[in-house]
Design a protein. Structure first.
Length: 148
């Protein structure tokens, strides 16, 4: 029994320093902050859609959700937020696209703050905002091509 306790203590003594020395994830390590499009809402908020990465921004929403132009995003942002949370830093804008009797409802989610909720990404510039996190058509995996 005493040997098992000593072995466990030896393993812990070897592992704990390794865990403490693990480097923290660097903010902005892998996201492109270049703006793809920009729109102002009716409250005067300047909202960028940044190129981003697979987690947020244009690269996150374009191919997976079949949004290939800024028109859908800009249409939603041309209004007032439909949902607000986190002291008005997380905003949702809702819209509808209609074409020849077909209708699709869509959502654009933005982070109107310098950093993301988890603190992993920071917008550039003194007054920079993270901007569009994602956009998608409600009730479907991909938006139909005609919404673009």
């Amino acid at each position: 029994m005493f040997t098992r306790v000593r072995r466990a203590a030896a393993v812990l003594a070897a592992v704990v320093p390794l865990l403490a020395a693990a480097p923290a994830a660097a903010p902005n390590a892998s996201w492109d902050t270049k703006e793809k499009c920009v729109q102002k809402d009716w409250d005067g908020r300047r909202v960028p859609t940044r190129m981003g990465n697979s987690v947020l921004g244009w690269r996150h929403l374009s191919a997976p959700h079949n949004i290939t132009t800024c028109r859908l995003i800009n249409a939603a942002l041309n209004g007032k937020p439909d949902k607000k949370s986190d002291k008005n830093r997380n905003l949702e804008y809702w819209g509808s696209a209609i074409n020849r009797g077909r209708q699709v409802n869509f959502v654009v989610k933005i982070r109107y703050a310098k950093t993301t909720d988890d603190g992993k990404y920071t917008a550039p510039g003194a007054k920079g905002k993270v901007g569009v996190i994602t956009a998608y058509c409600k009730g479907m995996r991909k938006c139909p091509s005609w919404v673009n």
